[in-house]
Structures are given as structure tokens and as C-alpha cells.
Design a protein around this ligand. Structure first.
Ligand code: SAM
Length: 248
């Protein structure tokens, strides 16, 4: 798992049309939700921050952010990106399954966004992770989780998921994934085709990972099983946002 994101770390922003605009959009959306559900919340723990998409976005909206991820290379890049934008975020490498012993408790909000939890391949391991998020949040705090809406995704073999074409630094990148399902689990191959626009030279990198195509309904049940209350789903124009509260 960490290998996939280590390999992807330098290219991850290319999954977005415009990563900075994506961060701004997610930051605005999350800040609106947090002000409404948890007014006064200030501290946020991101347990799967990757290169910092939500961590940086929330810091830009005035939150005090602590962030970790399993991938050392993603954390290395997140540190640089936060520094470049003038944000003071405490980053570290940590498996979310050990989040409480690593970070301790008392955070107003704990987040795991953009489909990180479905990397855990069973209900049992997802509940174990959700219990860690719960333990890291203060009484009266909560969690924000975003995952793909797998109930709307086609299943089968050789499913093509195009990400688009990006041009950066004299290179053109064509990025797509192929999904191969076996039950609820699918193997994902990420293809990054890079063409140098001057020489015409083309190189393709492939990276492999696995996901559990858990439905948002099942994820919400598992959130309740882990102890969260007032679990709800908020629609967004990107992926749905799942919220859970910790009893006061
Ligand atoms: C799709 S990326 C999303 C990253 C980030 N939230 C974003 O939107 O840019 C999923 C992230 O989950 C992380 N991850 C997967 N399993 C993890 C685990 N057990 N503990 C911590 N991070 C994990 C990966 O390393 C990866 O950075």
C-alpha cells in the first residue's frame, strides 16, 4: 500500500485538473460543514493526509492541523507543499490503525478523506480504523470521511477509469486506471503515460493497488458500530461526505 503511494507521491496532484483549485473547493466545503455541525472546532487530525490535500485546505481555512499517512514519500511531499504555502502543519508517518497510540486523543475533528478507508479490505479492519478515529476525537467532536460512492460504480473486469490529460513542464500526461473486480475487492492498475512534447519520447509507468468497494450505506453502519452517533451523508459535487459525532 505504502509502495503505491510512495511511487505516486510526486505525480498525485496530476489526478486533479488543478490541485490548488481542488484544495480550495474542498477547504470551503469542509469549513462550511464544520462551522455548521461543530461550531468552535479548531483542531483537526487527518489520519490519511497523502500529499496534504485536505490538511493544507483546512489549515488555509484557519484550522490547527495535525496530519499523518502510511506513505513516507507522500508525507515528505505534504511537508514541502504546506511549507511552500506558509502553513504550519505537524506531519508524521503513521498507520491509521495505530492512530491513537501515535497521536493521542482530544482532537475536535478527525478526518480520513478521498477514499483512504477502502484500502482496508475487510469490514473488521475498517471498524478497527474507525475506532481509532473515534478514540482520537474529543467528546462532542466528530469525524469526516469521504469515500467513492461504490453503489454507483460498475463491476467487472477491465473497467476503464480515465482521469484526463495534463500538461506540465513540457510533458503531456495521460492518466487512467483499470479496475478488475473479484467479489467486492478490486485490483487497480494506475497508468501514467508521459510524452515529452519536444522529443516525442513516451514512457509509461504502472502502479498497483487494491480496494474494497464498500458502499456508503455499509460504511455508515460501520461508523455507528465504532461508536459514532448522528451519522449522516452530505452530498457534494465531488464525492459524498460522511459525518459522525462523538457523544459529548
Ligand atoms: C487516495 S489517497 C488520499 C490522500 C489524501 N486524503 C488526499 O485526498 O490527497 C489515500 C491515502 O490513504 C493512505 N492510506 C492507506 N492506508 C492507510 C493506513 N492504513 N494508514 C494511513 N494511511 C493510509 C495512502 O497512503 C494514501 O495517501
Amino acid at each position: 500500500m505504502a509502495d503505491f503511494y510512495d511511487e505516486l507521491a510526486s505525480l498525485y496532484h496530476l489526478l486533479f485538473d488543478d490541485w490548488d483549485a481542488g484544495m480550495e473547493r474542498q477547504g470551503r466545503h469542509f469549513a462550511t460543514i464544520v462551522r455548521d455541525r461543530w461550531p468552535g472546532a479548531l483542531t483537526v487530525l487527518d489520519v490519511s493526509c497523502g500529499i496534504g490535500t485536505q490538511a493544507i485546505a483546512l489549515a488555509a481555512n484557519g484550522y490547527r492541523v495535525t496530519a499523518s499517512d502510511l506513505s513516507p514519500k507522500a508525507i515528505e511531499r505534504a511537508r514541502l507543499e504546506a511549507e511552500k504555502r506558509g502553513h504550519d502543519i505537524s506531519f508524521s508517518v503513521c498507520d491509521m490503525l495505530a492512530a491513537h497510540s501515535h497521536h493521542g486523543g482530544g482532537f475536535d475533528l478527525v478526518i480520513s478523506c478521498d477514499n483512504a478507508l477502502p484500502h482496508l479490505l475487510t469490514d473488521e479492519s475498517i471498524v478497527a480504523a474507525l475506532k481509532q478515529l473515534y478514540a482520537c476525537a474529543r467528546p462532542g467532536g466528530g469525524c469526516i470521511i469521504t469515500i467513492r460512492e461504490y453503489e454507483k460504480e460498475k463491476r467487472g473486469k477491465n473497467i476503464l477509469k480515465p482521469y484526463g490529460v495534463r500538461v506540465e513542464g513540457g510533458d503531456r500526461y495521460v492518466i487512467f486506471q483499470i479496475w478488475d473486480f473479484e467479489g467486492d475487492i478490486y485490483d487497480l492498475t494506475m497508468y501514467v503515460v508521459k510524452e515529452n512534447l519536444e522529443s516525442g519520447q513516451v514512457a509509461t509507468e504502472t502502479m498497483h493497488s487494491r480496494y474494497y468497494a464498500i458502499s456508503t450505506t455499509r460504511m455508515m453502519q460501520l461508523m455507528r458500530e465504532a461508536g459514532f452517533e448522528r451519522v449522516e451523508k452530505v452530498e457534494s459535487n465531488y464525492i459524498p461526505v460522511l459525518l459522525g459525532g462523538v457523544p459529548a
